[in-house]
Design a protein around this ligand. Structure first.
Ligand SMILES: NC(=O)c1ccc[n+]([C@@H]2O[C@H](COP(=O)([O-])OP(=O)(O)OC[C@H]3O[C@@H](n4cnc5c(N)ncnc54)[C@H](OP(=O)(O)O)[C@@H]3O)[C@@H](O)[C@H]2O)c1
Length: 192
């Protein structure tokens, strides 16, 4: 009933923000924003940690789950009427979606590190944009496991996702996207 898709733009070294948790201009790009916002427009709900709101003029219309440990399970968000605060330690994703009134469609996961990591076993697709010319030494990785010995691609592959073709979003700026999809196991042949 639900499809779970992740969206991120990372630096060449797999980072989403600097050490202070700020997303630098070096990984911000208009063509990537267009791709990202169009993806969120197709989604039934956007899911993110307390500091990763996507912004933009269409954001207030979107239903969203905002992860926080400040509440026990689920609570309305006084500052975002279409949003629900969610602590996964106290409520399942399915319960959170039902409370928000979302019965089917795409769940767009947009970060940060802990939220991207939490959904790794469940992604149907992950849209990995990359700013090939940017590096963020000491920054915050897209997934907790990314580091000197593991790229974002290694982590996606180790969770059963396969890469599609690399597409240019802004060739002049070195911005690309690869959509990784979960491989559906072939159905076993019927005996006889
Ligand atoms: N490059 C990109 O595509 C991209 C994508 C996403 C974010 N970013 C950038 O990364 C930075 C934000 O990073 P961040 O590390 O602060 O991430 P974040 O996930 O937005 O916020 C972290 C907060 O979310 C809550 N949270 C996260 N995991 C949780 C869990 N399992 N259970 C309950 N609550 C949970 C906690 O809130 P409480 O403290 O309220 O408990 C935690 O302090 C921003 O600069 C943002 O712009 C960049």
């Amino acid at each position: 009933m639900f499809r779970i898709e992740g969206y991120v733009i990372v630096s060449a070294d797999g980072m989403i923000a600097d050490a202070q948790g700020v997303m630098p201009d070096s990984i911000r790009n208009a063509a990537d924003q267009k791709f990202f916002q169009a993806g969120l427009d197709r989604a039934a709900v956007v899911v993110h940690g307390r500091n990763s709101h996507e912004g933009g003029p269409r954001a207030p219309r979107r239903k969203r789950l905002i992860l926080t440990r400040r509440i026990a399970d689920l609570a309305p968000d006084p500052s975002h009427p279409n949003a629900l605060l969610w602590n996964p330690a106290g409520a399942t994703l399915e319960r959170a979606l039902a409370t928000l009134g979302v019965a089917d469609g795409t769940i767009a996961v947009i970060g940060g590190t802990d939220v991207f990591s939490m959904f790794l076993p469940r992604y149907d697709a992950f849209h990995l944009s990359r700013a090939a010319r940017a590096k963020i030494p000491g920054g915050r990785p897209v997934f907790a496991a990314v580091g000197p010995d593991a790229t974002p691609e290694d982590v996606l592959a180790s969770h059963g996702l396969k890469p599609g073709a690399r597409r240019d979003l802004d060739a002049a700026a070195g911005i690309t996207v690869v959509t990784w999809q979960r491989e559906i196991p072939p159905t076993a042949p019927r005996p006889g």
